[in-house]
Design a binder for this molecule. Sequence first.
Ligand code: SF4
Ligand code: SF4
Length: 365
Amino acid sequence: MKTKAFQDTALSCLGMGNMRLPVGEDGKIDYAKAGEIIDYVYRHGVNYFDTAWPYHSGESETFLGDIMPKYPRESYHLATKYVSFAGPDYKGIFEAQLKKLKTDYIDFYLIHAVFDNNADDYINSGCIEYFKEQKRLGRIRHFGFSSHASVATLEKFIKANDEWDFAQIQLNYMDWTLQDAKGQYEMLTQHRIPVMVMEPVRGGRLAKLTPETEAELKAVHPDWSIPSWAFRWLMRLPNVQVILSGMTTLEQAVNNVETFTNGEALSDADAELLLQVCEKYQKQISVPCTACRYCCDGCPEGIDIPAMMEIYNSLKVSGIWGIKEQILSHEKNAANCIGCGACATHCPQSIQIPDVMSELAAIVG
Ligand code: SF4
Ligand code: SF4
């Protein structure tokens, strides 16, 4: 397992994310299967285990508290987080987390999920000062935050504390430009804050591409798995500290360990190819709507068709999160579509609009 120095210790470059653990039919964590994954990655050198208060509806921390004490406490690092929607009682939540994790200190503690619309709430809540105090008391070893915020908010949040040890951001080759992960990475690097990576394969979207784009990558490196391209791309970034992977199966764990044991960072040529393939992949999974609105006048239901196309593309590229709300924010939406097909005959891009509407309508239910 590759490791990288961090302050006075060394962290494995692969971190175990505990938000997508295997579950049983009842939706609860399958302790046997999840324990097998933890044991495999631990025995192969992973020493960073990331969880958070809300993961698996609170069960993830409990699971780690049950499973990790069989290993020597100094041989691994626990990371967990305080999230504001859990309630304003950050002191009580922190104490509860120590109990759930069955430990008297957290190695890496984070303010969780900073967004543009909650950064000020965190800053004004007093929680930063409180967690800094816990660090002085030795109950937190390293203090950081995770962010989905814009670069401007990220900078403001960085300046809210003069001693951030690390930060966690969503970083992968697709978001490098799509969500300005490049700008976020550079901002953190400029402030000398090491980066923990979340969503390195974009919630699985970069683990499986289209047959054509996968073939382009396989033609160059037939033995590499598709997800490993994403990890190898991240290995090129010197300020990346730990790359978290939310592993659900033992097979994923085996593949990831292999990549982080024997895999090297992409060459310049491979990195360039990957970004070209990514561009092609995004086009292939999206509809090429130009928002010309030629389709709109003929729609008997008055649906804002280009708005629905935009939501559809967001679904394909970014996943289901928030999609239902986006659809329903339009009074006339895909659910109102009667499938008459009047729109499709006017579309210069030959988009099968009724099919797209039907897929979106199924999400609304
Ligand atoms: S198929 Fe649906 S979106 Fe297209 S014109 Fe008919 S009702 Fe409108
Ligand atoms: S006609 Fe086609 S390209 Fe133009 S807005 Fe409608 S769906 Fe988009």
